[in-house]
Design a protein around this ligand. Structure first.
Ligand code: UDP
Length: 538
């Protein structure tokens, strides 16, 4: 045992020596605070000050070195939610010599991923804001492997879905509150701070009304890889089409209820000739829910975070999202956007209750559950009369909360009709399996020759070879797009061609220079890159 202790002491002395000599070293990716993730060696954290500390020595590196722009507004976002002012990360700076006067550092040997969870009690936020970004941040930096450790700095307790976070690494994640028990000054040997935003598809409406992100960078393929990872960790194997088709109704037990659930279940069973199963977060474990959903033909649920579990549905399945009275489905599309990501291969149907008689309101509840009695009577009346919640910002709009927390008596014939008219293929048949489209390369050996005949006629003869990758592919439909642009003009004449050469004579003038742009198109909509522009003078 003495040997073990002395071993620890030698490591400790070496680590302390390295910290004092080398200080903190930081290199980040990303150009803005909103797309930055930083790698640190010897980043420290004072649990008393609740501040991260960067120790300067001769060997310190700080890249980017932003000067005071580091505070405008921050070095980076600690959560995956863009530029949210409660989620900023920064550190304070000290000379390494100050360590002499500070508590003895406690070294964290694990490679650390330091971040904020955004809202750990809401399943949509858990999966979209935390788990997917953590998973792909770990893919981005290979030393964030299963032996690394997550540090949640947002300050919440474990929350309702902590078990899911535990699936991402073999080490127990640590919460901000638990760091105090480890020591007064913690020093992370190797750490990454921040999360990738490449996988998020929705913005919650902090600066503009909620909606899909402007530039979605994730496809269903990556979502499904992540889903597969979680299912492996939960010991769930997706059955391959062998079993019976069934419909899952995901119900909520506390609020936003479907008051005629039994009638709805019977009607769905009758209409689609399938077994129906009800699940809820209150009554089922997460793995039971995923097991059921991963083989379902259809998932039906009121709008709400539980619908994020549609990312576990098999390809070809149908997502049916129900909206309460006065809530426009087009304005709240996190689950629609997910279902329709290319490669998710889900069908999506929205149904809205349009009958005021079928809604049950709760004006007397507390404001956060949609109550409105705290408002003045004019406002209450306006809200009660309104037939649609106008677009609004997150998160405390009383009219929105009032409407979204209504219960609904689902008009089953209206719903069945909506599903029938939206879903054309046979429900339960999972054949819809085409391979994700591959894009053409550049056309090759593009050439252009101008010729003139007499005083008025001019022609451009353009030819090219097929893209290099085409000879390895079976493509149903190969076309070429050629743009002919007069030099100095903004407009161009576009042509779609099937062959690898063409002579253009319409609208071709003499003594003029033309720019010729050529690209290949697979199957009508897979546009390749343009080849280097050709210049051609008549
Ligand atoms: N939730 C639930 N049953 C309920 C009410 C809520 O399972 O009766 C879950 C919901 O799926 C989410 C969390 O509790 O994960 C918070 O629900 P909230 O209504 O606040 O958010 P929303 O579902 O509208 O995103």
């Amino acid at each position: 045992q003495t040997q073990e202790l002395s071993q620890v002491r030698i490591d400790y002395q070496a680590a302390l020596y390295a910290l004092v000599e080398d200080g903190t070293r930081m290199v980040c990716t990303g150009r803005m605070h909103t797309d930055r993730v930083c790698h640190f060696e010897s980043l420290c954290y004072s649990t008393e000050a609740e501040e991260f500390v960067f120790f300067h020595s001769n060997a310190s590196i700080m890249l980017p070195n932003l000067g005071s722009r580091r505070f405008q507004p921050a070095l980076l976002d600690l959560s995956s939610v863009d530029d949210h002012n409660t989620q900023y990360f920064n550190f304070v700076e000290l000379p390494a010599a100050a360590l002499k006067f500070m508590p003895k550092p406690v070294f964290v040997p694990d490679v650390a991923l330091i971040m904020n969870r955004f809202n750990p009690d809401n399943l949509m936020h858990v999966l979209h804001d935390d788990l997917l970004p953590i998973f792909y941040t770990m893919q981005q930096f290979p030393d964030l492997d299963m032996d690394s450790r997550l540090f949640f700095m947002e300050g919440w307790n474990e929350g309702q879905h902590f078990e899911l976070y535990k699936l991402l690494s073999n080490k127990q994640p640590l919460l901000k509150d638990q760091l105090k028990n480890l020591g007064r000054l913690l020093c992370f040997t190797r750490s990454y701070v921040g999360l990738t935003k490449l996988t998020t598809w929705y913005q919650y409406g902090f600066v503009q009304p909620q909606g899909p992100k402007a530039n979605i960078l994730v496809s269903g393929n990556e979502i499904r890889h992540f889903a597969k990872f979680l299912m492996d960790k939960l010991n769930i194997t997706a059955e391959q089409g062998s079993s019976e088709d069934y419909i899952v109704l995901f119900s909520r037990s506390l609020n936003r209820l479907i008051v005629n659930e039994v009638e709805l279940l019977l009607a769905l069973a009758q209409e689609f000739q399938m077994k129906t199963i009800t699940v809820s977060l209150e009554d089922h474990s997460f793995s039971d829910i995923v097991r059921l959903i991963s083989n379902a033909s259809m998932l039906v649920s009121m709008h709400g975070a539980q619908l994020t579990t549609s990312l576990f549905l098999p390809k070809g399945a149908v997502v049916v999202e129900l909206f309460p009275y006065a809530v426009n489905p087009e304005h709240y599309t996190p689950y629609k956007t997910l279902a329709l990501l290319p490669g998710m291969e889900l069908q999506y149907v929205a149904w809205q209750n349009t009958e005021e008689l079928d809604t049950i309101t709760y004006p007397n509840r507390p404001w956060e559950q949609g109550g409105i009695v705290h408002l003045d009577t004019a406002n209450q009346e306006r809200i009660m009369k309104s037939k649609e919640v106008p677009r609004h910002l997150c998160c405390r709009n009383p009219e929105w909360l009032f409407r979204i927390y209504q219960d609904t008596r689902v008009n089953v014939s209206s719903l069945v009709q909506t599903i029938r008219s939206a879903v054309k293929t046979k429900i339960g048949s999972r054949k819809q399996r085409w391979i994700n489209g591959l894009y053409p390369g550049k056309v090759r050996e593009a050439k252009c020759q101008a010729s003139t005949q007499g005083v008025t006629l001019a022609k451009l003869s353009v030819s090219w070879q097929i893209p290099w990758n085409l000879k390895y592919l079976k493509v149903r439909d190969v076309k070429y797009e050629v743009w002919i642009q007069e030099q100095g003009e903004n407009s161009y004449m576009p042509y779609i061609l099937s062959h690898q050469n063409h002579t253009f004579s319409e609208n071709i003038k003499q003594s003029t220079t033309y720019l010729v742009w050529i690209r290949c198109i697979f199957n009508k909509n897979l546009l390749g890159p343009f080849a280097d522009v050709l210049m051609c003078s008549t």
